[in-house]
Design a protein around this ligand. Structure first.
Ligand code: AMP
Length: 491
Protein backbone atom coordinates (compact mmCIF):
# COMPACT_ATOMS: atom_id res chain seq x y z
CA UNK A 1 0.00 0.00 0.00
CA UNK A 2 1.12 3.56 -0.73
CA UNK A 3 0.47 6.81 1.16
CA UNK A 4 -1.60 7.91 -1.84
CA UNK A 5 -4.01 5.00 -1.17
CA UNK A 6 -4.91 6.17 2.31
CA UNK A 7 -7.18 9.09 1.43
CA UNK A 8 -4.74 11.83 2.45
CA UNK A 9 -4.63 15.07 0.47
CA UNK A 10 -2.17 15.29 -2.40
CA UNK A 11 -0.26 18.05 -0.59
CA UNK A 12 0.26 15.81 2.38
CA UNK A 13 1.24 12.77 0.30
CA UNK A 14 3.86 14.98 -1.34
CA UNK A 15 5.05 16.25 2.02
CA UNK A 16 5.37 12.71 3.39
CA UNK A 17 7.57 11.80 0.41
CA UNK A 18 9.72 14.90 0.97
CA UNK A 19 10.20 13.87 4.59
CA UNK A 20 11.44 10.53 3.30
CA UNK A 21 8.68 8.13 4.24
CA UNK A 22 8.30 5.73 1.34
CA UNK A 23 5.57 3.40 2.49
CA UNK A 24 3.06 3.61 5.30
CA UNK A 25 3.75 1.45 8.33
CA UNK A 26 1.04 -1.05 9.39
CA UNK A 27 -0.45 1.30 11.99
CA UNK A 28 -0.55 4.11 9.41
CA UNK A 29 -2.19 1.84 6.84
CA UNK A 30 -4.83 0.74 9.28
CA UNK A 31 -5.50 3.93 11.20
CA UNK A 32 -5.31 6.78 8.67
CA UNK A 33 -8.33 5.87 6.48
CA UNK A 34 -10.56 5.38 9.54
CA UNK A 35 -9.42 8.58 11.20
CA UNK A 36 -10.16 10.47 8.00
CA UNK A 37 -13.68 8.98 8.08
CA UNK A 38 -14.16 10.35 11.58
CA UNK A 39 -14.00 7.02 13.48
CA UNK A 40 -12.68 6.71 17.00
CA UNK A 41 -9.53 4.59 17.21
CA UNK A 42 -8.27 2.21 19.86
CA UNK A 43 -4.69 1.55 18.80
CA UNK A 44 -2.50 -0.97 20.55
CA UNK A 45 0.89 0.14 19.30
CA UNK A 46 4.24 1.11 20.70
CA UNK A 47 6.53 3.93 19.78
CA UNK A 48 8.72 2.93 16.89
CA UNK A 49 5.75 1.68 14.84
CA UNK A 50 5.13 5.03 13.13
CA UNK A 51 2.22 5.67 15.49
CA UNK A 52 2.78 9.45 15.68
CA UNK A 53 2.30 10.08 11.97
CA UNK A 54 -0.69 7.71 12.02
CA UNK A 55 -2.59 10.42 13.89
CA UNK A 56 -0.78 13.65 12.95
CA UNK A 57 -1.21 13.13 9.19
CA UNK A 58 -5.00 12.66 9.13
CA UNK A 59 -5.39 15.36 11.79
CA UNK A 60 -3.60 17.85 9.57
CA UNK A 61 -5.98 17.11 6.70
CA UNK A 62 -9.10 17.19 8.89
CA UNK A 63 -8.08 20.47 10.54
CA UNK A 64 -7.06 22.04 7.25
CA UNK A 65 -10.47 21.35 5.78
CA UNK A 66 -12.44 22.65 8.76
CA UNK A 67 -12.80 26.13 10.13
CA UNK A 68 -11.85 27.38 13.54
CA UNK A 69 -14.05 29.53 15.70
CA UNK A 70 -11.99 32.55 16.66
CA UNK A 71 -8.99 31.52 18.72
CA UNK A 72 -10.48 28.22 19.84
CA UNK A 73 -8.27 25.11 19.71
CA UNK A 74 -9.85 22.31 17.71
CA UNK A 75 -7.63 19.43 18.70
CA UNK A 76 -5.79 18.22 21.75
CA UNK A 77 -2.97 15.67 21.98
CA UNK A 78 -1.99 14.44 25.44
CA UNK A 79 1.44 12.90 26.00
CA UNK A 80 2.84 11.44 29.23
CA UNK A 81 6.23 13.14 29.11
CA UNK A 82 7.48 16.53 28.04
CA UNK A 83 9.99 14.96 25.68
CA UNK A 84 7.33 12.95 23.90
CA UNK A 85 5.07 16.00 23.66
CA UNK A 86 7.94 17.97 22.12
CA UNK A 87 8.63 15.14 19.69
CA UNK A 88 5.00 14.96 18.57
CA UNK A 89 4.99 18.76 18.15
CA UNK A 90 8.05 18.47 15.91
CA UNK A 91 6.33 15.78 13.85
CA UNK A 92 3.27 18.01 13.53
CA UNK A 93 5.37 20.96 12.42
CA UNK A 94 7.35 18.86 9.94
CA UNK A 95 4.33 17.23 8.35
CA UNK A 96 2.15 20.33 8.49
CA UNK A 97 4.78 22.72 7.14
CA UNK A 98 2.66 23.67 4.12
CA UNK A 99 -0.58 24.03 6.06
CA UNK A 100 -1.52 27.14 7.96
CA UNK A 101 -2.20 25.41 11.24
CA UNK A 102 -0.97 26.84 14.49
CA UNK A 103 0.08 24.78 17.44
CA UNK A 104 0.95 25.30 21.10
CA UNK A 105 3.21 22.99 23.05
CA UNK A 106 2.03 23.06 26.66
CA UNK A 107 4.51 21.32 28.91
CA UNK A 108 5.63 21.81 32.47
CA UNK A 109 8.93 23.40 33.33
CA UNK A 110 8.59 26.04 30.60
CA UNK A 111 7.41 29.62 30.89
CA UNK A 112 3.67 30.10 31.42
CA UNK A 113 3.92 33.55 29.88
CA UNK A 114 5.14 32.30 26.50
CA UNK A 115 2.54 29.56 26.40
CA UNK A 116 -0.25 31.97 27.34
CA UNK A 117 0.86 34.47 24.67
CA UNK A 118 0.68 31.72 22.11
CA UNK A 119 -2.77 30.62 23.30
CA UNK A 120 -4.00 34.21 23.17
CA UNK A 121 -3.02 34.47 19.53
CA UNK A 122 -5.23 31.42 18.85
CA UNK A 123 -4.13 27.89 18.02
CA UNK A 124 -5.59 24.92 16.17
CA UNK A 125 -3.68 22.20 17.97
CA UNK A 126 -2.76 21.79 21.62
CA UNK A 127 -0.05 19.29 22.42
CA UNK A 128 0.80 18.87 26.06
CA UNK A 129 1.23 16.96 29.26
CA UNK A 130 -1.83 16.63 31.53
CA UNK A 131 -0.52 18.68 34.48
CA UNK A 132 0.32 21.84 32.54
CA UNK A 133 -2.87 21.62 30.55
CA UNK A 134 -4.96 21.54 33.71
CA UNK A 135 -2.96 24.42 35.22
CA UNK A 136 -3.61 26.55 32.15
CA UNK A 137 -7.28 25.61 32.13
CA UNK A 138 -7.64 26.54 35.79
CA UNK A 139 -6.01 29.90 35.13
CA UNK A 140 -8.62 30.49 32.45
CA UNK A 141 -6.14 30.45 29.57
CA UNK A 142 -7.62 27.58 27.58
CA UNK A 143 -11.04 26.90 26.24
CA UNK A 144 -11.60 23.25 25.46
CA UNK A 145 -15.19 23.48 24.33
CA UNK A 146 -14.39 23.41 20.61
CA UNK A 147 -12.10 20.36 20.68
CA UNK A 148 -13.11 18.10 17.80
CA UNK A 149 -10.21 15.62 17.83
CA UNK A 150 -8.73 14.35 21.06
CA UNK A 151 -5.65 12.09 21.17
CA UNK A 152 -4.50 10.18 24.23
CA UNK A 153 -1.08 8.77 23.46
CA UNK A 154 0.80 6.18 25.52
CA UNK A 155 -2.18 5.61 27.80
CA UNK A 156 -0.48 2.82 29.74
CA UNK A 157 2.40 5.11 30.48
CA UNK A 158 -0.09 7.73 31.69
CA UNK A 159 -1.49 5.11 34.06
CA UNK A 160 2.00 4.23 35.18
CA UNK A 161 2.72 7.87 35.95
CA UNK A 162 -0.51 8.44 37.87
CA UNK A 163 -2.09 10.75 35.28
CA UNK A 164 -5.40 8.95 34.91
CA UNK A 165 -7.37 11.25 37.28
CA UNK A 166 -6.02 14.26 35.33
CA UNK A 167 -7.07 12.66 32.08
CA UNK A 168 -10.55 11.91 33.38
CA UNK A 169 -10.81 15.54 34.43
CA UNK A 170 -9.64 16.77 31.02
CA UNK A 171 -12.12 14.49 29.23
CA UNK A 172 -14.92 15.91 31.38
CA UNK A 173 -14.04 19.36 30.00
CA UNK A 174 -14.29 18.28 26.36
CA UNK A 175 -17.41 18.30 24.18
CA UNK A 176 -19.23 14.96 24.16
CA UNK A 177 -19.32 14.95 20.40
CA UNK A 178 -15.77 14.60 19.27
CA UNK A 179 -13.40 12.12 17.67
CA UNK A 180 -11.11 10.31 20.11
CA UNK A 181 -7.91 8.51 19.18
CA UNK A 182 -6.55 6.38 21.98
CA UNK A 183 -3.15 4.67 21.82
CA UNK A 184 -1.49 2.38 24.30
CA UNK A 185 1.41 -0.05 24.06
CA UNK A 186 -0.45 -2.55 26.26
CA UNK A 187 -4.12 -3.00 27.13
CA UNK A 188 -4.43 -3.89 30.80
CA UNK A 189 -7.87 -3.83 32.39
CA UNK A 190 -7.62 -0.25 33.66
CA UNK A 191 -6.74 0.99 30.19
CA UNK A 192 -9.58 -1.01 28.63
CA UNK A 193 -11.98 0.52 31.12
CA UNK A 194 -10.84 4.02 30.16
CA UNK A 195 -11.04 3.22 26.48
CA UNK A 196 -14.60 1.93 26.93
CA UNK A 197 -15.53 5.14 28.75
CA UNK A 198 -13.90 7.55 26.29
CA UNK A 199 -14.46 5.95 22.89
CA UNK A 200 -17.57 5.41 20.82
CA UNK A 201 -17.61 2.36 18.57
CA UNK A 202 -13.86 2.54 18.01
CA UNK A 203 -11.94 0.85 15.27
CA UNK A 204 -9.55 -1.45 17.11
CA UNK A 205 -6.07 -1.79 15.67
CA UNK A 206 -3.26 -3.87 17.07
CA UNK A 207 0.15 -3.84 15.51
CA UNK A 208 3.11 -5.96 16.47
CA UNK A 209 5.71 -4.20 18.58
CA UNK A 210 8.59 -3.05 16.44
CA UNK A 211 10.82 -6.10 16.38
CA UNK A 212 13.54 -4.28 14.54
CA UNK A 213 15.59 -2.89 17.43
CA UNK A 214 16.08 -6.36 18.85
CA UNK A 215 17.07 -7.58 15.42
CA UNK A 216 19.33 -4.84 14.17
CA UNK A 217 20.99 -4.32 17.52
CA UNK A 218 23.99 -6.37 18.56
CA UNK A 219 23.34 -7.41 22.16
CA UNK A 220 26.14 -8.19 24.59
CA UNK A 221 26.59 -8.32 28.29
CA UNK A 222 29.65 -8.20 30.51
CA UNK A 223 29.58 -10.00 33.84
CA UNK A 224 31.38 -7.80 36.34
CA UNK A 225 31.70 -7.12 40.05
CA UNK A 226 29.54 -4.23 41.24
CA UNK A 227 32.58 -2.28 42.38
CA UNK A 228 34.23 -2.58 38.95
CA UNK A 229 31.29 -1.28 36.95
CA UNK A 230 32.49 2.28 36.45
CA UNK A 231 35.97 1.18 35.39
CA UNK A 232 34.55 -1.44 33.04
CA UNK A 233 32.22 1.14 31.52
CA UNK A 234 35.09 3.55 30.94
CA UNK A 235 37.11 0.83 29.31
CA UNK A 236 34.21 -0.11 27.05
CA UNK A 237 33.65 3.52 26.13
CA UNK A 238 37.30 3.95 25.26
CA UNK A 239 37.76 0.88 23.11
CA UNK A 240 34.37 0.66 21.42
CA UNK A 241 33.58 2.81 18.44
CA UNK A 242 31.15 4.97 20.34
CA UNK A 243 29.76 7.78 18.23
CA UNK A 244 27.08 8.59 20.78
CA UNK A 245 25.58 6.56 23.58
CA UNK A 246 22.83 6.51 26.12
CA UNK A 247 23.95 5.01 29.42
CA UNK A 248 21.01 3.85 31.51
CA UNK A 249 21.01 3.62 35.30
CA UNK A 250 18.12 2.24 37.31
CA UNK A 251 18.18 5.04 39.88
CA UNK A 252 18.24 8.74 39.22
CA UNK A 253 20.73 9.31 42.01
CA UNK A 254 23.15 7.02 40.19
CA UNK A 255 22.57 8.99 36.99
CA UNK A 256 24.06 12.10 38.56
CA UNK A 257 26.91 10.25 40.24
CA UNK A 258 27.91 8.32 37.15
CA UNK A 259 27.75 11.42 34.96
CA UNK A 260 29.97 13.30 37.40
CA UNK A 261 32.40 10.41 37.50
CA UNK A 262 32.61 10.15 33.71
CA UNK A 263 33.07 13.88 33.45
CA UNK A 264 35.94 13.70 35.92
CA UNK A 265 37.52 11.12 33.63
CA UNK A 266 37.32 13.49 30.69
CA UNK A 267 34.25 12.21 28.87
CA UNK A 268 31.88 14.54 27.11
CA UNK A 269 28.81 13.65 29.10
CA UNK A 270 25.38 14.96 30.13
CA UNK A 271 22.79 13.64 32.58
CA UNK A 272 19.03 13.28 32.19
CA UNK A 273 16.46 12.15 34.70
CA UNK A 274 12.94 13.01 35.69
CA UNK A 275 13.77 15.21 38.65
CA UNK A 276 15.80 17.71 36.67
CA UNK A 277 14.22 21.04 35.83
CA UNK A 278 12.71 21.01 32.37
CA UNK A 279 15.04 23.73 31.09
CA UNK A 280 18.01 21.50 31.81
CA UNK A 281 16.28 18.39 30.47
CA UNK A 282 15.57 20.16 27.20
CA UNK A 283 19.02 21.74 26.92
CA UNK A 284 20.77 18.45 27.68
CA UNK A 285 18.67 16.53 25.20
CA UNK A 286 19.25 19.14 22.52
CA UNK A 287 22.98 19.06 23.22
CA UNK A 288 22.91 15.30 22.83
CA UNK A 289 20.78 15.34 19.70
CA UNK A 290 22.98 17.89 17.97
CA UNK A 291 26.21 16.18 19.00
CA UNK A 292 27.63 18.66 21.51
CA UNK A 293 27.37 15.96 24.15
CA UNK A 294 28.00 12.44 22.97
CA UNK A 295 27.32 10.46 26.13
CA UNK A 296 24.07 10.83 28.00
CA UNK A 297 23.66 9.10 31.34
CA UNK A 298 19.96 8.74 31.97
CA UNK A 299 17.14 7.09 33.84
CA UNK A 300 14.29 5.39 32.03
CA UNK A 301 12.77 8.82 31.38
CA UNK A 302 14.85 8.71 28.20
CA UNK A 303 13.91 5.14 27.35
CA UNK A 304 10.53 5.65 25.76
CA UNK A 305 9.92 7.02 22.38
CA UNK A 306 12.92 9.29 22.04
CA UNK A 307 14.11 9.44 18.50
CA UNK A 308 17.82 10.14 18.36
CA UNK A 309 19.28 9.95 14.90
CA UNK A 310 21.98 7.34 14.45
CA UNK A 311 22.55 6.43 18.09
CA UNK A 312 25.47 3.99 17.99
CA UNK A 313 25.36 2.50 21.49
CA UNK A 314 23.14 1.89 24.46
CA UNK A 315 24.87 0.86 27.68
CA UNK A 316 22.90 -0.52 30.57
CA UNK A 317 25.01 0.42 33.56
CA UNK A 318 22.38 -1.49 35.52
CA UNK A 319 20.37 -4.40 34.19
CA UNK A 320 16.83 -3.03 33.98
CA UNK A 321 14.58 -4.43 36.69
CA UNK A 322 11.86 -5.09 34.16
CA UNK A 323 12.78 -6.85 30.90
CA UNK A 324 10.31 -4.64 29.02
CA UNK A 325 12.45 -1.66 29.95
CA UNK A 326 15.40 -3.32 28.22
CA UNK A 327 13.44 -3.31 24.97
CA UNK A 328 12.55 0.36 25.39
CA UNK A 329 16.12 1.29 26.26
CA UNK A 330 17.79 -0.51 23.40
CA UNK A 331 15.06 0.66 21.05
CA UNK A 332 16.75 4.07 21.10
CA UNK A 333 19.44 2.56 18.87
CA UNK A 334 19.08 0.37 15.83
CA UNK A 335 16.21 2.57 14.67
CA UNK A 336 14.94 2.61 11.10
CA UNK A 337 16.90 -0.54 10.30
CA UNK A 338 20.26 0.91 11.35
CA UNK A 339 22.66 -1.18 13.33
CA UNK A 340 23.42 -0.43 16.94
CA UNK A 341 25.20 -1.94 19.92
CA UNK A 342 23.64 -2.67 23.29
CA UNK A 343 25.98 -3.57 26.11
CA UNK A 344 24.71 -4.46 29.56
CA UNK A 345 26.81 -4.61 32.70
CA UNK A 346 25.50 -7.49 34.77
CA UNK A 347 26.60 -8.49 38.25
CA UNK A 348 26.38 -11.94 39.82
CA UNK A 349 22.83 -11.21 40.95
CA UNK A 350 21.52 -10.46 37.50
CA UNK A 351 21.46 -13.94 35.92
CA UNK A 352 17.73 -14.35 35.99
CA UNK A 353 17.15 -10.88 34.59
CA UNK A 354 19.57 -11.42 31.73
CA UNK A 355 17.86 -14.74 30.98
CA UNK A 356 14.43 -13.04 31.14
CA UNK A 357 15.58 -10.36 28.72
CA UNK A 358 17.04 -12.94 26.32
CA UNK A 359 13.72 -14.78 26.44
CA UNK A 360 11.71 -11.62 25.83
CA UNK A 361 13.74 -10.59 22.80
CA UNK A 362 14.03 -14.23 21.64
CA UNK A 363 17.75 -13.93 21.18
CA UNK A 364 20.86 -15.14 22.87
CA UNK A 365 22.81 -12.38 24.50
CA UNK A 366 26.48 -13.24 24.13
CA UNK A 367 28.79 -12.47 26.97
CA UNK A 368 31.94 -10.42 26.51
CA UNK A 369 34.95 -10.61 28.75
CA UNK A 370 36.51 -7.30 29.51
CA UNK A 371 40.25 -7.50 29.64
CA UNK A 372 41.78 -6.86 33.04
CA UNK A 373 38.61 -7.51 35.02
CA UNK A 374 37.52 -10.66 36.81
CA UNK A 375 34.01 -11.92 36.36
CA UNK A 376 31.84 -13.24 39.16
CA UNK A 377 29.51 -16.18 38.62
CA UNK A 378 25.80 -15.82 38.37
CA UNK A 379 24.07 -16.88 41.53
CA UNK A 380 21.67 -19.67 40.72
CA UNK A 381 19.13 -18.88 43.41
CA UNK A 382 18.89 -15.28 42.46
CA UNK A 383 15.46 -13.68 42.34
CA UNK A 384 14.35 -10.52 40.63
CA UNK A 385 13.45 -8.62 43.77
CA UNK A 386 11.69 -5.28 43.88
CA UNK A 387 13.97 -4.53 46.84
CA UNK A 388 16.96 -4.52 44.52
CA UNK A 389 16.70 -0.81 44.06
CA UNK A 390 17.37 -0.33 47.74
CA UNK A 391 20.48 -2.43 47.84
CA UNK A 392 23.76 -0.74 48.21
CA UNK A 393 26.31 -1.13 45.49
CA UNK A 394 30.02 -0.73 45.76
CA UNK A 395 33.03 -2.35 47.14
CA UNK A 396 31.64 -4.17 50.14
CA UNK A 397 29.31 -6.05 47.96
CA UNK A 398 32.05 -6.93 45.54
CA UNK A 399 34.15 -8.24 48.34
CA UNK A 400 31.24 -10.29 49.57
CA UNK A 401 30.77 -11.66 46.12
CA UNK A 402 34.40 -12.57 45.86
CA UNK A 403 34.04 -14.34 49.18
CA UNK A 404 31.06 -16.21 47.83
CA UNK A 405 33.00 -17.20 44.80
CA UNK A 406 35.83 -18.49 46.93
CA UNK A 407 33.46 -20.59 48.94
CA UNK A 408 33.83 -18.46 52.04
CA UNK A 409 30.56 -16.63 51.67
CA UNK A 410 27.01 -17.69 52.33
CA UNK A 411 27.41 -21.09 50.82
CA UNK A 412 25.39 -20.41 47.68
CA UNK A 413 26.33 -22.61 44.81
CA UNK A 414 27.27 -20.64 41.75
CA UNK A 415 25.06 -21.32 38.76
CA UNK A 416 26.39 -23.23 35.82
CA UNK A 417 28.42 -21.04 33.51
CA UNK A 418 26.08 -18.37 32.20
CA UNK A 419 27.91 -18.30 28.93
CA UNK A 420 26.63 -21.80 28.21
CA UNK A 421 23.20 -21.20 29.62
CA UNK A 422 22.60 -18.12 27.54
CA UNK A 423 24.30 -19.40 24.44
CA UNK A 424 27.07 -16.89 24.95
CA UNK A 425 30.20 -16.84 22.95
CA UNK A 426 33.44 -15.67 24.46
CA UNK A 427 34.47 -12.24 23.35
CA UNK A 428 37.51 -13.40 21.46
CA UNK A 429 35.35 -15.71 19.37
CA UNK A 430 33.79 -12.76 17.57
CA UNK A 431 36.75 -11.06 15.93
CA UNK A 432 34.72 -9.02 13.47
CA UNK A 433 33.04 -6.95 16.14
CA UNK A 434 34.19 -3.55 17.37
CA UNK A 435 34.52 -5.10 20.80
CA UNK A 436 37.42 -7.17 19.59
CA UNK A 437 39.61 -4.24 20.45
CA UNK A 438 38.88 -4.52 24.13
CA UNK A 439 42.45 -5.53 24.69
CA UNK A 440 43.90 -2.50 22.98
CA UNK A 441 45.04 0.29 25.25
CA UNK A 442 42.76 3.30 25.59
CA UNK A 443 43.79 5.38 22.65
CA UNK A 444 42.01 6.95 19.75
CA UNK A 445 39.03 4.66 19.61
CA UNK A 446 36.88 6.84 21.81
CA UNK A 447 38.33 10.03 20.41
CA UNK A 448 35.02 11.45 19.42
CA UNK A 449 33.83 10.95 22.95
CA UNK A 450 36.64 12.80 24.69
CA UNK A 451 36.71 16.43 25.34
CA UNK A 452 39.55 18.27 23.72
CA UNK A 453 40.42 15.64 21.15
CA UNK A 454 38.61 15.90 17.86
CA UNK A 455 36.04 18.38 19.07
CA UNK A 456 36.64 21.75 20.66
CA UNK A 457 36.72 21.71 24.41
CA UNK A 458 33.48 22.92 25.84
CA UNK A 459 32.63 23.40 29.44
CA UNK A 460 28.96 23.47 29.95
CA UNK A 461 27.13 24.65 32.99
CA UNK A 462 26.26 21.60 34.99
CA UNK A 463 24.69 21.00 38.27
CA UNK A 464 24.79 17.32 39.08
CA UNK A 465 23.34 17.36 42.52
CA UNK A 466 24.71 14.49 44.51
CA UNK A 467 22.31 14.67 47.39
CA UNK A 468 19.05 14.15 45.59
CA UNK A 469 16.47 12.19 47.53
CA UNK A 470 16.63 8.58 46.59
CA UNK A 471 12.90 8.26 46.08
CA UNK A 472 11.54 6.12 43.29
CA UNK A 473 10.17 8.19 40.43
CA UNK A 474 6.93 6.62 39.33
CA UNK A 475 7.20 5.76 35.69
CA UNK A 476 10.82 6.66 35.40
CA UNK A 477 12.32 3.24 35.74
CA UNK A 478 12.52 2.90 39.49
CA UNK A 479 9.06 1.53 39.60
CA UNK A 480 7.55 -1.59 38.07
CA UNK A 481 3.97 -0.73 37.23
CA UNK A 482 1.49 -3.35 38.35
CA UNK A 483 0.00 -3.79 34.91
CA UNK A 484 3.33 -4.85 33.43
CA UNK A 485 3.35 -7.80 35.76
CA UNK A 486 0.11 -9.08 34.30
CA UNK A 487 -0.36 -10.55 30.83
CA UNK A 488 -1.98 -8.08 28.45
CA UNK A 489 -5.52 -8.92 27.46
CA UNK A 490 -5.70 -9.56 23.75
CA UNK A 491 -7.32 -6.69 21.86
P1 AMP B 1 7.00 6.72 16.07
O1 AMP B 1 6.54 5.31 16.31
O2 AMP B 1 5.89 7.60 15.66
O3 AMP B 1 7.80 7.25 17.22
O4 AMP B 1 8.00 6.68 14.81
C1 AMP B 1 9.25 6.07 14.87
C2 AMP B 1 10.18 6.55 13.79
O5 AMP B 1 9.74 6.07 12.53
C3 AMP B 1 10.27 8.06 13.65
O6 AMP B 1 11.63 8.39 13.44
C4 AMP B 1 9.46 8.37 12.42
O7 AMP B 1 9.93 9.54 11.77
C5 AMP B 1 9.71 7.14 11.58
N1 AMP B 1 8.59 6.83 10.65
C6 AMP B 1 7.27 6.91 10.91
N2 AMP B 1 6.55 6.52 9.84
C7 AMP B 1 7.43 6.18 8.89
C8 AMP B 1 7.30 5.68 7.54
N3 AMP B 1 6.12 5.46 6.99
N4 AMP B 1 8.44 5.45 6.86
C9 AMP B 1 9.64 5.67 7.42
N5 AMP B 1 9.85 6.13 8.67
C10 AMP B 1 8.75 6.38 9.40
Amino acid sequence: MEFSDLGLSLDLVRRVAEVGYQKPTPIQEQAIPHILQGRDILGCAQTGTGKTASFTLPMIDILASGRAKARMPRSLILEPTRELAAQVATNFETMGRDHKLSMALLIGGESFTDQIKKLDRGVDVLIGTPGRLIDLFERGNILLSDIKIFVIDEADRMLDMGFIPDIERIVSLLPRIRQTLFFSATMPTEIRRLADAFLVNPREITVAPPASPAETVDHRYALVYEGDKRKVLRQLLRVSEVRNALIFCNRKKDVSHLAQSLERHGFNVGALHGDMPQVRRTATLEGFKDGRINLLVCSDVAARGLDIAGLSHVFNFDVPINPEDYVHRIGRTGRAGRSGQAVTLATGEDGKQIAAIAKLISRDIPRIDVSGFDSPSFEDDDEVRPARKGRSGGKHKSKDRRKDRDGAGNGRTPASEPAERLGASAFDAIPDRPFERLDTPPSTAAGSGRRGEDRPARRRQRDFSSDEPDQPVVGFGDHVPEFLKRPARPA
